[in-house]
Design a protein around this ligand. Structure first.
Ligand code: SIN
Ligand code: FE
Length: 294
């Protein structure tokens, strides 16, 4: 097992999502690669909403149940009538509560935080898809083949809503700059014209920049590297039901080992709107390579 421990979880006492909670102004903590954990901050389901804690609502063909923004459309669910509208209402409430919370934690991001998908994941992590590239039990930073971020940050607010006592079991790994140094020298530049072709054929939603190329390579190299998965610095973290946690998932090495029933809100934030842009994966990679990547 890992020789070195990783100590990146910071715990806070908040018991409310609303504006009167104690924690605010913690941009520097999350931007420096910590996981902010709130073990006393449950997302409370109504009695009738508890019926949704069941994998049968998830379309087997989709990865998650999610609400897309700005349309507010629910995707990935097998539900009709009031089931559909009640399920959507629950996920939308999570979007709203977690956004109020994020803006309290990070007042510097006000007016710049862009709401991405809100997802509900009633499936057990254990039964999930396992091609190595999609295997999220392996340590990785988030990067998506079809959705180039072009340097934009991925901030996520998770909440374990398991009705019993099953934790979301994660492991977290080494700091981003150490991780980048581990693989950077062995990553070739993209083929000339490849980004154009990927965009033209609709494989990517927008231009895959060299930043995106590097982030995807880091994602894939890490997941394919059995020695890295086994021997690199890492620590297990259990998030008990009723725990909310906040993390830059494009920066913090993470893997989900187990658990069921979770809500997750994604936000996008431009690098310029970070309190400390130099901590971002984009600026870190540019510093290491000594050239602009956007
Ligand atoms: C991931 O983002 O890699 C998975 C998170 C989770 O399912 O807990
Ligand atoms: Fe991930």
């Amino acid at each position: 097992m890992a020789a070195t421990m990783v100590d990146i979880v910071r715990t806070f006492p908040d018991t409310t999502w609303a504006d009167d909670g104690p924690t605010r102004g913690v941009e520097a903590v999350v931007e420096s690669g910590h996981v902010l954990s709130f073990p006393h901050l449950p997302f409370v389901l109504g009695d009738a909403e508890r019926r949704f804690l069941d994998p049968r609502w998830a379309d087997p063909a989709a990865k998650n149940i999610s609400v897309r923004w700005p349309s507010g459309e629910l995707r990935g669910a097998v539900a009709h009538g009031t089931d559909l509208s009640d399920l959507r209402a629950m996920v939308v409430r999570y979007a709203e509560q977690s956004e109020a919370f994020a803006l309290r934690l990070f007042p510097h991001y006000r007016g710049h935080l862009v709401r991405g998908n809100t997802s509900f994941r009633p499936l057990d992590v254990a039964g999930r898809e396992t091609s190595w590239r999609k295997d999220d039990t392996r340590l990785h930073v988030d990067a998506f083949p079809s959705n180039p971020m072009q340097g934009t940050r991925l901030l996520r607010v998770f909440c374990n809503v398991h009705p019993g006592d099953e934790p979301r079991r994660w492991r977290v790994g080494e700091p981003f700059d150490a991780h980048a140094r581990r693989y950077l020298a062995s990553i070739a530049r993209p083929w000339p014209g490849s980004a154009w072709l990927l965009e033209k054929t609709g494989i990517t939603k927008r231009h895959r920049t060299e930043y995106d190329h590097l982030m995807l390579q880091l994602h894939d190299r890490a997941k394919a590297d059995a020695a890295f998965q086994r021997d690199s610095p890492q620590t297990r973290v259990d998030f008990a039901p009723g725990t909310t946690w906040v993390v830059y998932s494009d920066q913090v090495l993470h893997g989900a080992l187990g658990g069921q029933h979770m809500l997750e809100q994604t936000y996008y934030l431009d690098v310029e709107h970070l309190q400390q842009p130099e901590t971002s994966p984009l600026r870190t990679l540019e510093r290491l390579l000594q050239r602009p990547l956007r």
